[in-house]
Design a protein around this ligand. Structure first.
Ligand code: PMP
Length: 401
């Protein structure tokens, strides 16, 4: 597919019309400020998936009939598109059910389960898999403004560390990792670097070749694509060293009862009939985002973050978390109001935020709060959403006296 770079912000402004989910059943604007949980889907993704489930539907890699051969071509083209979207090569992109499964794959399949350095702001899906797979987990602290403290990481890393696994962007604080320094530190210690890119890929240009990381986890549903599909990108030489982690059809070379040999990566890690429709939708989402200049998406979200932080700070009854420069995500607490109550009242105003621990209980403990309210932006977010949020906060405050 040919892609054109539209000039934002005008292009981003009209992007809103591409998302049918941004209107309520009563035809009103839905102020959706929960894109960090999952992004709304553009018509292009919905249509591509409907076609893949309808007139184009067939299995892949198996059928001798034309429809299946065509679907196989589309499926492998989708892999190329998605890999290209993050600057990688198709042979290096393993499809998984999401970022959670991507991290599990690496935690289980990496040949030596040694020490892994995580950070205090990680999502549970970048904590629990390492624990379950038997790694020894070390935790890098944060700076006072909520970024991963790479000076501390440098002191903590030892030759025993096999892996460093950090969020590229925090799903709670929006903090952005200094990735090149993280890569340099990890590699100096002889460790590999996995970036959990769930929140970065929708919000900024990502080029794994330039990033100098070894593995990258991503999730389609955060990038305007469907749920149930994501990917682990890994350096080809490293994927080659990794044994399969799940067995079944499609991942083998030859099966006998005496023993089985396996397909090369990435197929070796993809047992069973794949999520065909979801892969097609994932690629359609990447194509959709590639219409825009991703640096402009980043600038757009940064300006919304600056605006919402300023408006919240001006109230004098809000605690703000995270650094000033954060990527499309703002966590806060309104004095005297539990985030769940705030979220419930905002819902009456057609404003959707997330309230809770955001699957980051260790971070909540560190911040010494049970939960936060979180507003997060997407390509379609605008100043009206911020105005609606602020007036909903004002109303909530009046209700709570
Ligand atoms: N890591 C981060 C930073 C996330 O925000 C999320 C989703 N909330 C995940 C991992 C899990 O991703 P998935 O839903 O694809 O399993």
């Amino acid at each position: 597919m040919t892609t054109t770079t539209l000039t934002a912000p005008a292009a981003l402004k009209s992007a809103r019309d591409d998302f049918p989910g941004l209107t309520t059943d009563q035809g009103k604007t839905w102020h959706y400020l929960d894109s960090a949980a999952t992004a709304q889907k553009p018509r292009a993704v919905i249509d591509a998936m409907a076609r893949a489930l309808g007139e184009d539907y067939a299995t892949v890699h198996r059928g001798v009939y034309a429809r299946s051969a065509n679907m196989t071509v589309a499926y492998e083209a989708a892999r190329r598109t998605i890999a290209g979207f993050i600057g990688g090569h198709e042979d290096e992109l393993v499809f998984t059910r999401g970022a959670t499964e991507a991290i599990n794959l690496l935690a289980y399949s990496w040949p030596k389960k040694g020490r892994v350095l995580l950070s205090a702001l990680e999502h549970h899906s970048n904590i629990v898999p390492w624990q379950l797979a038997g790694w020894q987990v070390d935790v890098c602290p944060l700076t006072t403004d909520g970024r991963i403290d790479l000076d501390a990481a440098e002191k903590m890393l030892t030759p025993e560390h096999e892996m460093v696994s950090f969020a590229h962007v925090s799903n709670v604080l929006g903090s952005m990792l200094d990735e090149s320094r993280a890569a340099q530190l990890a590699h100096k210690a002889g460790a590999k670097l996995l970036l959990d890119g769930c929140q970065a890929v929708p919000r900024m240009p990502v080029d794994v070749a330039a990033l100098d990381c070894d593995f990258y986890a991503l999730s389609a549903h955060k990038i305007y694509g469907p749920t149930g599909i994501g990917a682990l990108w890994g350096r080809a030489d490293l994927l080659d060293e990794m044994p399969p982690w799940q067995g079944g059809g499609a991942m083998i070379d030859k099966v006998t009862f005496a023993g089985t040999t396996y397909a090369p990566a990435p197929q070796r890690f993809e047992a069973g009939t794949p999520a065909i429709t979801e892969v097609i939708g994932f690629a359609a989402a990447c194509d959709y985002v590639m219409q825009f200049d991703r640096a402009q998406i980043q600038a757009h979200e940064a300006s919304l973050v600056a605006e919402v932080r300023e408006a919240l700070r001006a109230r004098n009854d809000v605690t703000l978390f995270g650094p000033e420069a954060s990527a499309g995500i703002v966590s806060f607490m309104l004095d005297g109001v539990h985030p769940h109550d705030l979220g419930t009242i905002l819902d009456e105003e057609n404003v959707a935020i997330r309230a809770g621990h955001h699957c980051a209980q260790p971070l909540m403990e560190l911040l010494d709060v049970p939960a936060t309210a979180r507003a997060s932006f997407g390509i379609y977010s605008n100043q009206d959403d911020i105005a609606a949020l602020m007036s909903g906060i004002e109303r909530t405050k009046r209700i709570f006296g």
